[in-house]
Design a protein around this ligand. Sequence first.
Ligand SMILES: C[S@@+](CC[C@H](N)C(=O)[O-])C[C@H]1O[C@@H](n2cnc3c(N)ncnc32)[C@H](O)[C@@H]1O
Length: 349
Amino acid sequence: MPKRKVEVETARLEARIPVHVYEQMQRAADLCGLTLTDYLIATAGEDARRIVEDADIVRLAPEDQVRFAEMLSNSHRPNERLSREAKRHVELIERRSVGLFDFRGVKNSMRSLPSIKPLRIPQVHYRGRLCMYPCAGSDIAPVIRAFGHEFDTFLFVDLSYAFRKSFKLQLEGWAPVAETRHLKGPAVSPVQFIAAGKFGHRDVEPAWLRQEYRHVATSRTIEIVLRRGFGEYALHELADGSLDMFIHRGDSLGEGGSGVTFLGNQSRRHTPLSCMLSVLKRKLAFPALIASDGSNTPIKELRNAAMGDDSIMQFSGQGLAWERVGSLEDGHRKGTVVWRVSESGKARA
Ligand SMILES: C[S@@+](CC[C@H](N)C(=O)[O-])C[C@H]1O[C@@H](n2cnc3c(N)ncnc32)[C@H](O)[C@@H]1O
């Protein structure tokens, strides 16, 4: 289906600011991989949106909250006029909205109004010790080679996965276990762009391809789950405290990359996509492992360590204690450092 383009009206913003402030903003934008304009939209624009949104929220004093709750629970039966108006509302408003922005069954896609939270994201449970890698693309074999004996389930997530019948993973030393291939969701679904008023968002039908693999030499079995969809939703749907390892590498904030800051708390208009590091911290089973090549993260220690600074062996940041425990070697790519993370104050002695 052809993608629809969203035309956004623009206006010009001019401001004279001290050179040192300008230079610092330009440097911050460079570090985030953004143009200065995109950086301003992501920071000042986002801040403005929050302030305006906050001004529209009705705040109640504690006693008013109690009164309001009491009125709701002791409410009188609706009179005839209210019943009539409620019926009219259903006919006029609710019926019309179904099909436009339909939340039924929340499909873990971004099919929702940009600033409205989905009502619920169903949880998905995986067997045993879990390793997750969002935006993984085809970077699967090196992970299984390095960690195949450490974890029971490997969850790779990517927007562009397609599971045609001929699709087969080639994993040296591992063989698929017969009769364990299971596909939930459509085999193929293109990423589409949905225009919604002034905004737009990508959308894709989620799917899970699960398959067990047996290690030929040791007979150990693991389950590999390839999940088509947004990594952000895949993270939300994990049970809190259930994730033993998180891998993110080879990604970028620009063209060709996901633009997602999993290892950082970036604010986004659509709440489930905001502050992914805070979400990740809820999902991790501490002490847990995080592998990063420094892509898409504002944490400078992760970037510098991946660039070859071997002096960074441990640091504290983002409420976590990070201890370098190894690397994910893979011939042709630059370093991916593996960190053991604990909640700050609970680091290993
Ligand atoms: C630059 S590639 C990196 C692939 C892999 N990490 C590697 O190192 O080879 C980025 C991948 O992220 C996927 N992607 C983009 N946005 C995504 C999102 N929000 N959730 C999951 N995957 C996403 C793209 O389809 C693409 O395969």
